[in-house]
Design a protein around this ligand. Structure first.
Ligand code: AMP
Length: 401
């Protein structure tokens, strides 16, 4: 068993026949106009739900969706998710509008085989984000076994993630969390070498802690996206109007020195796609070298950089990818990100994608199925990798020596 799971039970450890299982899932899927635009998180939740069904459990599922301000924010209703679950499970999913009402208890008494309960968005309840014990107790009143499979929410001390298992005796994780932690642990313990971390996205500041942690574990960093400009400005290179975190220049400079002092590599862009404005596709061009003109900004890595990055990735034994190489939401500036996705996909390495934007990029680029693992939790996977304890996991751990 991987280290991060020590002292934590899994859904396999419980006798479920006839028991009421409370399944905290991460069904927080992106939606547009009431339609689900990416159902990866729903699909990733199925194995645990199906296992509980097969074992004859009475199932109460719960999740958050977005950040509703009140119950009136119907755009955050889990109704469309319930409908999709119903199709995928070929079972009836009954939505309970008031997660903290007695409706669930009553329904459970009459629940038939092939029926499951889905609580409406738990963030409609004020108690959820307050980690309320009262809210948790209402649920523990009817639940026999608590299972957390919401990896993407496990870094939050919210009621259905933290307070609830704190008042329950029988508690554990589902198959998704088990897989996520096992995969992330493989990045921290004996990764196949060379191990490269590909970092991108908009901000260095969001990734400092994880860079710090990985510095002793990886053999090299590949840095792209707007993050790279902070490093390049720190090296005294002209970055024009590119997005830069001026208060992180000193850190960036020291980080390059520390990486090099450890005889590790840091690959930065040697050319860029530059243009006059963030959505200006007309003036976009590849720069002839590493510099960016004063009136321009970098929006993607350039062709030579992509070749350099791809060559390094081809030789890797382990790859962790977090953050796009450019403004990939705009197809005109997506070549670098999709090219890196391709290079990662084609490498023989163990390749793990750290959720969020990189997961979306892997999906859109068409290479998602070539990755070893794509995390369903961007924030949670970064926090875990940087060594933070996830409240949703810690509360499930029995003390072991
Ligand atoms: P993050 O949330 O920090 O992983 O950043 C992801 C965001 O970074 C995406 O929305 C990208 O559009 C953005 N991004 C990547 N490269 C650049 C760039 N060169 N300039 C501005 N934004 C960028």
């Amino acid at each position: 068993m991987s280290n991060g799971l020590k002292g934590i039970k899994t859904v396999r450890d419980f006798e479920l026949e006839g028991k009421t299982v409370f399944l905290r899932l991460d069904l927080n899927v992106p939606m547009e106009g009431g339609k689900i635009t990416d159902e990866n998180r729903i699909k990733a939740s199925l194995p645990t739900i199906q296992y509980c069904m097969e074992k004859g459990a009475k199932i109460v599922m719960a999740s958050h969706l977005g950040r509703p301000k009140s119950k009136e924010d119907k755009e955050f209703s889990l109704e469309p998710v319930g409908k999709r679950l119903q199709e995928l499970l070929s079972a009836e999913v009954i939505l309970v509008e008031e997660p903290d009402s007695d409706a669930t208890k009553l329904l459970l008494q009459a629940l038939k085989k092939g029926q499951l309960i889905l609580l409406e968005n738990v963030r409609f309840e004020e108690g959820e984000t307050k980690d309320s014990i009262e809210f948790a107790q209402k649920i523990s009143d009817y639940a026999d076994v608590y299972i957390n499979d919401a990896f993407g929410a496990s870094h939050r001390a919210h009621a259905t993630i933290h307070a609830l298992p704190s008042v329950m005796k029988d508690k554990g994780i589902g198959f998704l969390i088990e897989k996520e932690i096992t995969m992330l642990d493989s990045l921290l313990q004996n990764p196949k070498r060379p191990y490269l971390a590909v970092m991108g996205g908009s901000k260095v500041s969001d990734k400092i802690a994880v860079i710090e942690r990985l510095m002793d574990v990886v053999d090299g960093f590949i840095i792209g996206g707007a993050m790279a400009y902070t490093f390049q400005k720190a090296q005294g290179l002209p970055v024009g109007k590119s997005l830069v975190e001026n208060d992180k220049l000193k850190y960036a400079k020291e980080m390059i020195e520390r990486i090099e002092a450890r005889n590790k590599t840091i690959l930065l862009p040697v050319d860029h796609i530059a243009t006059k404005g963030i959505s200006d596709t007309v003036n976009a061009h590849a720069t002839k070298d590493v510099g960016i003109a004063e009136d321009e900004l970098g929006v993607d890595i350039g062709p030579q950089t992509l070749r350099n990055f791809s060559a390094a990735l081809k030789e890797a034994g382990t790859i962790f990818w977090n953050g796009p190489m450019g403004v990939f939401e705009n197809p005109a500036f997506a070549k670098g990100t999709f090219g890196v996705a391709k290079a990662i996909a084609e490498s023989d390495a163990t390749k793990i994608v750290g959720g969020g934007d990189s997961a979306a990029a892997a999906d859109v680029s068409g290479y998602a199925d070539k990755m070893t693992h794509i995390s369903t939790g961007g924030g949670a996977s970064l926090e875990y990798l940087q060594g933070d304890k996830l409240p949703g996991l810690e509360i499930l751990r029995t003390k072991v020596r």
